[in-house]
Design a protein around this ligand. Sequence first.
Ligand code: SF4
Length: 134
Amino acid sequence: MSKSNGRTCGSCTACSRLPEVGKKPHGQNGGFACAWLKGFGDEADRPNKSKVIVSFVDNTLPGGVLRIWGMCRRALSGEFARETILWAVSNGVWVSQFRLRNDTRGKLLVPRGRIATKEVLAVAEKNNLEIGDG
Ligand code: SF4
């Protein structure tokens, strides 16, 4: 995955569809900034083109959590999404994934070398996630 700086949202408004972002400020206006805006992925991976939004790791679980949303039915089956998920689970990073059009609940993917303990299951439940296999 390549990284570069100086990106702007341009015509992308994808994250305004995320329930946690909605009408709040995002992108260059502060608030939510997706991983692409921070330099993750290639130009073609911008969320309004790839239909995939990635948010960098947070620390709600040991090793961190990478959050990924598919904006259309097949978005998470695309190369960018699959490579990103594979990178995370291969490096001990949990993945929470949502398909925005279809899922009422998301999935929490268990990374290599980690176990879904009772504490993990509690975090998953709190965040409306079920343990999944991708
Ligand atoms: S998804 Fe990323 S690039 Fe698109 S508007 Fe939100 S912060 Fe900007």
